[in-house]
Design a protein around this ligand. Structure first.
Ligand SMILES: [Zn+2]
Length: 370
């Protein structure tokens, strides 16, 4: 889509900045033209002046950020605050099933609904039976997936958590039963994956170590919702890399566990590029973009991961992973979800926590530029 040759509407406007990160690459002195709720054009500022009123930002323009691991429904995190701090989309991975909404000046929230697990499996011992759908066999699992798909889930989350990981958030709560907690068998998980794929849904597993990882790999689970926090053998990391498993970081909230950083470092060396997710709603995670999470993604990359790649993990690659591309990119036709920071956001991730500009679906939500 382009508006070349057409007269700009009064609601159309142009944003420019010193730096523009389009979700993949950084450009200097570029601009974006916004028409309604979409991005109409992107290019050098000289080419876009006739697309509407131009306003300049001293700093960096970026796509609105996407957090792929949040729980805003579970603890009623204030969505307006999350949006004002740079996240324009969150994926709720475990919580009440609520169809996709927002993206129009409100935080876009997509969800999985409750977590599928073995009878008595995680998260039941920690968060109670209402947090989960307990499935006794493959048939029950397929039926549960069908109900989630009909109810508007954008993915299926499963629990493969035996418990007992020191320092993990789920170990900090009083549990109703002692670990090890039961895990779904491979056949049941394989049935969940098959049924989910028939409905165009991906499957993400909460797993913390080798036992869950073995089941997830054997059953073809698409995504690990965390970097595992118990040490994984090299073979499992190589196997996950070879299978193209997508892994969401949640590094900050698991940073007090023993295996997280060794796993993350070896994953980076094996070529696994983490996706951005924070477990938003945990008490140690900010209500918005987490500069600390981004720093950890960079540092565990040990030079194999660039700042540009880290930001792509929260923008372009996250939109692709959701199946909602070009969401997460500043390209013509993409939803007009844009944030702006003072200064160079690629050199200083902290700036992203306090954006001076937030636009959601073309609606300006924050503008504190002076
Ligand atoms: Zn979580």
């Amino acid at each position: 889509m382009t508006t070349e040759g057409t007269q700009p509407d009064t609601t159309d406007y142009v944003l420019t900045a010193d730096l523009l990160f389009d979700g993949e690459h950084v450009h200097e002195n570029h601009a974006i033209a916004i028409a309604g709720d979409r991005i109409a054009a992107v290019g050098p500022i000289a080419d876009l002046r006739d697309h509407g009123e131009v306003s300049k930002l001293d700093g960096t323009l970026l796509p609105g950020f996407i957090d792929l691991h949040a729980h805003v429904h579970l603890d009623q995190t204030p969505r307006d605050i999350v949006l004002r701090h740079g996240l324009t989309t969150v994926r709720d991975t475990g919580g009440p099933l609520v169809p996709m909404a927002g993206g129009d000046g409100r935080l876009r929230v997509l969800g999985s609904g409750p977590i599928l697990t073995a009878p008595g499996g995680y998260p039941v011992p920690v968060f109670g039976p209402q947090a989960a759908i307990e499935v006794a066999d493959a048939d029950a699992a397929r039926e549960a997936v069908r109900a989630l798909a009909v109810g508007g889930a954008v993915m299926v989350k499963i629990g493969l958590e035996p418990g007992g990981s020191g320092g993990a958030p789920w170990s900090a709560h009083a549990a109703s039963s002692e670990p090890p907690w039961p895990l779904l068998p491979v056949e049941t998980v394989a049935a969940i994956v098959a049924e989910a794929h028939e409905h165009g849904l991906t499957v993400a597993a909460h797993l913390s170590g080798p036992a869950g990882a073995e089941v997830a790999l054997a059953a073809g689970v698409d995504e690990w919702a965390h970097v595992p926090c118990d040490p994984l053998p090299d073979e499992l990391i190589e196997k996950a890399a070879g299978a193209g498993v997508r892994v969401v970081g949640t590094l900050a909230t698991l940073s007090r566990t023993s295996g997280l950083f060794p796993n993350a470092i070896r994953m980076a060396q094996a070529g696994i590029r983490l996706l951005y997710g924070t477990d938003l709603a945990h008490p140690d995670v900010p209500w918005g973009i987490s500069g600390f999470e981004l720093q950890l993604m960079l540092h565990t990359g040990h030079g194999a991961v660039t700042p540009t790649e880290v930001l792509a993990a929260a923008t372009a690659r996250a939109g692709d992973h959701l199946g909602l591309a070009p969401l997460g990119r500043l390209v013509p036709g993409a939803p007009a979800d844009v944030i702006g920071t003072r200064g160079d956001a690629l050199a200083r991730f902290k700036l992203l926590e306090y954006p001076s500009l937030v636009v959601s679906g073309g609606v300006v939500v924050v503008d504190t530029r002076d």
